[in-house]
Write a protein that binds this ligand. Structure first.
Ligand SMILES: *Cc1c(COP(=O)(O)O)cnc(C)c1O
Length: 443
């Protein structure tokens, strides 16, 4: 089976240059750290475009496939431009994401709005900006959206988000498709939702069903299982309500290779399973071949991103762990402290050393849990060395905070020896920009 870019640990352009330093996108990482400061998020454009093309190519045999990027993995204006150029639509989950892709010039009919508690203002913005589909998550939202659409004299094009009752083996916090989930309609609630749409909510038009099982998934069988359930529902709905639904959104979730232990499936492998299953259910249930939407986030952007840190202090606990501190941590990458996520890293300089030692990379934030990588073999680290942590493109910047009132890092896009800032580093003044001292407290 052809391999795809989500199966790589490092960006496709990673190499060791003649200085013995790590290089990505033709840029020496030590030079990048010096030029832009650290911590620094680096996105390799080649890797990002390569995975987009893997997905497109993998689904060529099912022309009715629409690729949507789940922008919650990393939503920035420049990244949105690249995905738009690659022909991807966007799965958005907030007014902020909708606004970002809109301002970056995306065709809004290729945007889906999804989420378990969308606000009145967000739904209203989605309708005003012409978002193509809204995935309705619950009864409250159906009523709210109908009211908003009615007040605007418009019809909202919707999918129903359902929970197909499939469990996948991933971290509990990133499972979403199991029965007792906070997301979507239970299968037993679908009929009531359709009755409401058919009889009461005249400003809603239902096009299909939407599900998303979980994230960082390595089990390929969940996609066919999911399609079987959705197709069964579509056929049942057609018989019972005379309503033809011809859109299926099967969510995202494909995994990536954070460490050598991870072996995610390729896009080609899942595409073959998905397409075979689609052809099978079309025949089995005698339904129209549906338009299929996929909305991967992590597998699109993760591998293209690395984070650079500068090494500071070290501490050898007598007869215990050797801690090496870096200038970032849980505020720029909360995944290790939230999900016990593991990462691989290398020293960007010193590539000629063979001797290694076991160290624990400690973040700079004031929490004992702020450990970025536990027990990793690395060459001896000294103050000023540059550490490159791999696979930080997804759910790092997008989950970053200003904990400890530390400025969020900058992000650069690298390609063919060029580097461009795509997110500016926050300044100290940015940190206090929203603070207000009431008059009675002023000095
Ligand atoms: C988060 C999410 C995705 C993307 O998940 P990944 O694991 O990043 O691919 C897709 N669809 C929905 C509905 C989501 O909530």
């Amino acid at each position: 089976m052809t391999s795809s870019t989500n199966q790589f640990l490092k960006p496709v352009s990673t190499l060791i240059n003649e200085k013995g330093n790590l290089e990505i996108g033709g840029c020496d990482l030590v030079d990048l750290a010096e030029k832009y400061g650290t911590p620094l998020y680096v996105i390799d454009e080649k890797t990002l475009r390569s995975i987009c093309r893997d997905y497109k190519k993998a689904f060529e045999k099912y022309p009715n496939t629409h690729m949507m990027y789940a922008s919650k993995a990393l939503c920035t204006s420049a990244v949105s431009r690249i995905l738009d150029e690659e022909g991807f639509g966007f799965d958005t989950v907030s007014g902020g994401e909708i606004y970002t892709v809109y301002k970056s010039g995306v065709d809004m009919s290729h945007v889906l709005f999804n989420g378990s508690n969308k606000s009145y203002d967000e739904l209203s913005l989605a309708m005003d900006l012409g978002v193509g589909r809204i995935s309705a998550d619950n009864f409250f939202e159906l009523a709210l959206l109908n009211e908003i659409a009615q007040s605007k004299g418009k019809v909202a094009d919707i999918l129903l988000r359902i929970t197909p009752g499939i469990e996948c083996h991933t971290h509990e916090y990133i499972q979403t498709g199991h029965l007792d989930s906070k997301f979507g309609f239970d299968l037993t609630q679908i009929d009531e939702a359709i009755e409401l749409i058919q009889n009461e909510y005249k400003n809603l038009k239902l096009h299909g069903l939407h599900a998303h099982i979980g994230s960082q998934i390595f089990e390929t069988s969940i996609y066919p299982d999911e399609i079987e359930i959705i197709a069964g529902e579509i056929s049942r709905i057609e018989k019972k309500f005379g309503l033809k639904l011809n859109e299926i959104n099967i969510g995202g979730g494909l995994g990536v290779k954070y460490t050598q232990k991870d072996a995610p499936p390729s896009t080609y492998e899942i595409a073959e399973l998905i397409i075979n299953k689609l052809n099978e259910v079309v025949e089995k249930y005698n339904i129209e071949a549906p338009t299929v939407f996929l909305e991967p986030g992590r597998s699109i952007i993760s591998t293209s991103g690395v984070t650079l840190y500068t090494v500071g202090s070290s501490k050898q606990v007598p007869h215990g762990t050797k801690y090496v501190a870096i200038d970032g941590g849980m505020a720029d990458n909360p995944r290790p402290s939230m999900y016990q996520a593991e990462y691989a890293a290398e020293v960007a300089n010193k590539k000629d050393t063979n001797e290694t030692q076991k160290v624990t990379i400690a973040g700079r934030f004031c929490e004992s849990g702020d450990i970025l990588i536990k027990d990793i073999e690395l060459p001896e680290l000294n103050e000023g060395d540059i550490l490159c942590v791999y696979n930080t493109g997804a759910y790092n910047y997008s989950m970053a905070s200003n904990y400890n009132r530390v400025q969020k890092p900058a992000m650069v896009l690298v390609n063919d020896s060029n580097s461009d800032i795509i997110i500016k580093r926050e300044t100290l003044d940015d940190l206090i920009a929203h603070d207000i001292i009431p008059d009675r407290l002023k000095k």
